[in-house]
Design a protein. Structure first.
Length: 162
């Protein structure tokens, strides 16, 4: 039996970039998110001390969009990704306000990139992995070997579960 890591082709994204991208995919109503200059300023040209504020604003905008578009876009993949980001990244209070979760509260199966919603995060042997895992069972004899079984799962799937 052998295990291999299978890399996802998705770009590594910050929490802010994940939220921003999900908003941008869904929103004809927040036109600033559709402008490349706004994206560059928010994601790439912000000072370190501005990033938390930008993330909080993006999450507040995402929560507003989720409420506004609930009836119209609920069945779409873009809406599902936006609400997934909110479920994974935010705590909702009884009054409807949102507060960001601490990084340590976010699970490894949270959205890593909207272009590959199944990719998961895992730390293994001190390295960070955003990918999948393949497991192969091979039988060997004097003539060589042949793969008799294989599995492909998110990288949070354990060896023993295979």
């Amino acid at each position: 039996m052998d295990r291999v890591m299978v890399a996802s082709s998705c770009k590594k994204m910050s929490r802010l970039e994940i939220a921003y991208t999900c908003i941008r995919k869904l929103t004809p109503r927040l036109s600033s998110y559709l402008q490349d200059e706004h994206k560059n300023k928010t994601l790439y040209r912000s000072k370190t001390e501005e990033l938390q504020l930008n993330l909080e604003k993006a999450i507040a905008d995402a929560a507003s969009l989720a409420r506004i578009f609930a009836d119209t876009y609920q069945g779409t993949e873009d809406y599902q990704l936006l609400t997934r980001v909110l479920r994974e990244q935010v705590k909702f209070s009884e009054d409807g306000s949102v507060k960001l979760k601490n990084k340590k509260e976010i699970t490894t199966d949270s959205l890593q990139n909207p272009s590959d919603p199944d990719a998961t995060f895992r730390r293994k042997a001190g390295e960070r992995h955003k990918e999948y895992v393949g497991n192969f069972v091979e039988t060997m004899d004097e003539n060589g070997g042949i793969i008799i079984q294989f599995g492909y799962e998110q990288n949070i799937h354990s060896d023993s579960a295979f």
